[in-house]
Write a protein that binds this ligand. Sequence first.
Ligand code: HEC
Length: 121
Amino acid sequence: MKKVLLMAIAFCFTFATYPAMADPAAGEALFKGSAKCKNCHKVTAKKKVGPGLAAVVDRAGEDWIKGFLADPKAVWTADEGYTKTLKAAVERVEKPKPKHKTKKLTEQQISDLVDYLKTLK
Ligand code: HEC
């Protein structure tokens, strides 16, 4: 009995101390709601204002997307790695600023959004 109790406590402790557990459902709600991603992006391969986001995590990589969502202008200006591929794909190689714009997102919101983007195949 004591063992079970200890295990239960350990279990609760593990989750209570895990602040950044990403949540794809929360990401989807943001995408379609307050973060307004849906105004510019479809979740299929079809272009809207920005590229269709199907399989975007496979082509761009999780780390690049996190950086871009946190500070699009900085990533655009740094012009490294996947940024070059994206600029070429959207034919905006010489443009000084990205057209992609979002309100300031927290780290948790970015993790949730990326977990949602991972579900887009
Ligand atoms: C005002 C329109 C607009 C909004 C709002 C917007 N984006 Fe974008 N996004 C773009 C455009 C346009 C690009 C292509 C790069 C560029 O020109 O800025 C892009 C690029 C991207 C890319 C890279 C796509 C690829 O094919 O590699 C990702 C990922 C992305 N956006 C995610 C999001 C998410 C998540 C949100 C919501 C938090 C969002 N965007 C909100 C317009 C927008």
